[in-house]
Design a protein around this ligand. Sequence first.
Ligand code: CA
Length: 230
Amino acid sequence: MSAVTVLILEDEHAVREMIAFGLRRAGYKVNEAEVVRAARESIANDRPDIVIVDWMLPGASGLEFIRALKKDKETSDLPVIMLTARGSEDDKVSGLESGADDYLTKPFSQKELQARIRAVLRRFGGGADTEVLSAGPLVLDAGSHRVSVGERELALGPTEFRLLRFFMGHPERVYARGQLLDRVWGANVYVEERTVDVHIRRLRKALAGTGCDEFIQTVRGAGYRFSPPR
Ligand code: CA
């Protein structure tokens, strides 16, 4: 739960394995995709903290993929590092124009790659591990996996924690149960929509007595909204 998740989109098996091996050894969680379609599925199922995309891909290019990611509201905040071939200055420019947050020229060392990943994650607010969200008196620290209201620490189950984290990162928007399932549970996890209600109930119960349970609003016929006081 605490490891930074990296998705690698690279069609060349050997290169992908080399990158994945180094990152795993450094403590990252690594998901791999050979083609754009697989990368899209991977993002939906197990949202990464950062995506590494090779410029040279068969079919839809890495460039188009990055462009689509950055255009989609759901993924526009996902940091992307692009891998380019040596010396292709034009590739770098179009890569950055497409929305890539950084690029790395092949061949590169593991050390270099990990330094870039850390730098981009820092730029995006520290990545998964150091994120601290607050809403009114409610504070969620993703690094230490703690939720507190003032001095009081709250005990939340893992699903309730993920659900609250999602809500706190996306306030004032209504999410249908199906959308919450996709974003919090993962798109390929087959659970019934009423499971969401069960966990909402548990989350409200965990927050009961702090006043923060009222931030989670039921929107009839639509879903749920996290609405803290301004
Ligand atoms: Ca490639």
